[in-house]
Design a protein around this ligand. Structure first.
Ligand code: SAH
Length: 568
């Protein structure tokens, strides 16, 4: 139960707000405040007090028993700007409660405990198993003490780690990224991070029991000193995709079962081919070949071995390969400028990366969000292809790279040159962003209520006759048009020309929206008409949206009806 206490009418509104949001979880304590706090403190697991922090400190001070029994206490200030985790941040759940209160009331959570020692800062987001002295190593990382980073299998796509975590120190406190079961496992100051690096190739006769497969996998890994927690997948031949014992083994390990055609496996060089599988499924190797197929560019760590059941013939084979770590390229749209139009996912990806590649002005937009230790490769305007190549090269080297762009990174931006360079040896993640046309439309009203196109008027990347053909097509088909890159110092005739093409099919009074610097401090916008537009107000930080024949100016807003049966 969460006890709610307030003294003022603003506080009471806050209580009501929370009570409406969490009807089954809260109890409102009325009456004299000191008494209400006392009762709630005794009866509830958590308290939210709409009271001054100092007042609450004085009231609860005599009631404090200990970390294990005291409730978590959150205070909220009179203007509902801050939800302060005052007592029991971890044990009492006050940190989490402050965040929940903040979500409901739209205020800021204030949390003053050090990062929960249950996780290694930044590495939790990988979702990779972590073993060892997590609390001690987390503390050392936070405190800035030297921590040795050991990555024996190459570069992994880890998030940026602070500068005190490096390969170049010989501290006793260490962070090891490995699939090996090492002597260091037991060492006091070591954390082991288990990358998803191992693939187990398996073969089995019809009816092989799952237990036999799992026992074989377990002993193959143990004898080679490999951690089962690094197993990323099982792999086999297509013909065994439905073999119940193999399917169940994958399920029980919690990993996918990858399957390959016999032809594909037959084409892979293996140390121990044999005739039996060739006769049965058409490839001289299942376990070794499947393991290697699932680990391109990797190495075979455990050659084929057979199961050793207590009775009867061996029915399973297994082999283990290690994958090369795959780098990660995320292509992240930052939105039009305002911080609150940057999506939470984009923010997460920026903190997931160890390398940021982008235009310097975009890096400036998000520099404060980056983890300390993030490598920034920024460049000036132009150099687009070089930027794309750099991002892909860094990912190919194994790093976690975020390639950033304003708006949506795929709209007249970096995603296409980057992905044109990238092969299938890296993972690619796209994070959509609010593109300028949408940011502008929201300012103008509802101009994009019907079919619309974006056309860039930059003839740097596209010959003008192609642009002109598209503008004509848009004009003829009565599409709403948003012009990107509309006008710069050296390119001043394109916009008037494009407008005149549209005017061949639209009235001079057709609404036109001009939005400069959408969502930025110098935002400026205007709803005008084709005839009245002053093109000198348009620059390279502007988009121009021209309505279709049904678009109207309604109360100063640009509105395109959803259908063509417009009722004025
Ligand atoms: N990837 C970007 C577009 C890059 S092309 C996006 O999705 O928004 C650059 C053009 O986008 C500029 O010339 C301008 O026309 C437009 N633009 C970008 N940000 C803008 C903003 N905040 N306000 C108005 N126009 C913008």
């Amino acid at each position: 139960m969460i006890g709610l206490i307030s003294a003022t009418s603003a506080g009471q509104r806050g209580c009501e707000h929370l009570a409406a949001a969490w009807p089954d979880e809260v109890r409102v304590y009325d009456g004299p405040v000191r008494e209400a706090v006392g009762r709630a403190f005794a009866e509830c697991e958590q308290l939210v007090c709409f009271l001054a922090t100092g007042a609450v400190v004085r009231m609860i001070a005599p009631l404090l028993r200990g970390k294990d029994t005291d409730p978590g206490v959150v205070t909220v200030d009179e203007t509902h700007q801050h939800a302060i985790a005052l007592l029991g941040g971890h044990g009492g759940g006050a940190n989490e409660l402050a965040q929940r209160v903040a979500d409901v009331l739209g205020c800021r959570p204030v949390i003053s405990t050090a990062t929960d020692a249950a996780g290694v800062p930044g590495l939790d987001m990988l979702g990779w198993p972590v073993e060892g002295a997590v609390a001690a190593v987390s503390r050392a990382i936070l405190d800035g003490d030297p921590v040795r980073l050991d990555t024996p299998h190459g570069v992994h796509p880890l998030p940026a780690l602070p500068p005190n975590v490096t390969a170049a120190t010989d501290s006793d406190v260490s962070l090891i990224v490995t699939d090996r079961v090492t002597d260091a496992d037991a060492a006091a100051g070591t954390v082991l991070l288990r990358p998803p690096s191992l693939v187990v190739g398996v073969g089995g006769s019809r009816g092989v029991p799952a237990d036999e497969v799992l026992t074989l996998i377990g002993s193959a890994l143990a004898d080679a000193g490999l951690s089962p927690r690094s197993v990323a997948a099982l792999a086999t031949v297509d013909a065994k995709a439905d073999e119940a014992g193999i399917v169940e083994a994958a399920e029980r390990l919690g990993v996918p079962l990858l399957t390959y055609t016999a032809d594909r496996l037959a084409g892979i060089d293996v140390p121990n081919p044999s005739d039996a599988p060739l006769a049965a499924v058409g490839t001289p190797s299942v376990a070794e070949a499947a393991a290697l197929a699932a680990a391109p560019g990797g190495e075979l760590l455990v050659p084929k071995r057979k199961s050793a059941p207590q009775e009867g013939p061996a029915m399973a084979t297994a082999a283990v390969a290690r994958r090369r770590p795959r780098g990660r390229l995320s292509v992240v749209g930052l939105g039009p400028g305002a911080r609150d139009l940057l999506t939470p996912r984009a923010r997460e990806e920026l903190r997931r990366a160890s390398v940021i590649v982008g235009l310097d002005q975009y890096v400036d937009q998000i520099r404060d969000l980056l983890r300390p230790g993030t490598r920034i490769l920024e460049s000036g305007l132009g150099a687009e292809e070089e930027r794309a190549r750099t991002a892909v090269e860094q990912a190919r080297a194994g790093h976690a790279v975020a390639l950033i762009g304003s708006g949506d990174a795929g709209v007249y931006a970096m995603a296409s040159p980057a992905l044109a360079e990238a092969a299938d040896d890296i993972d690619v993640v796209g994070v959509p962003g609010v593109t300028a046309a949408l940011a502008a439309a929201a300012i103008l009203g509802a101009p994009l209520g019907h079919d619309h196109v974006s056309i860039s008027l930059s003839d740097l990347h596209t010959p003008w006759d192609v642009i002109e053909r598209r503008v004509r097509a848009a004009a003829e088909s009565d599409l709403i048009v948003t012009f990107y890159n509309p006008r710069s110092r050296g390119r001043d005739w394109q916009l008037p020309k494009a407008l005149s093409l549209l005017a061949e099919h639209r009235e001079p009074g057709t609404p036109v929206g001009v939005v400069h610097a959408a969502s930025r401090p110098d935002e400026r916008s205007e709803v005008t008409t084709i005839a009245a537009l002053d093109v000198t107000t348009v620059d390279m930080v502007t988009v121009v949206t021209v309505g279709n024949t049904a678009t109207r100016n309604v109360a100063g807003r640009m509105v395109t009806p959803r259908g063509y049966r417009w009722q004025a």
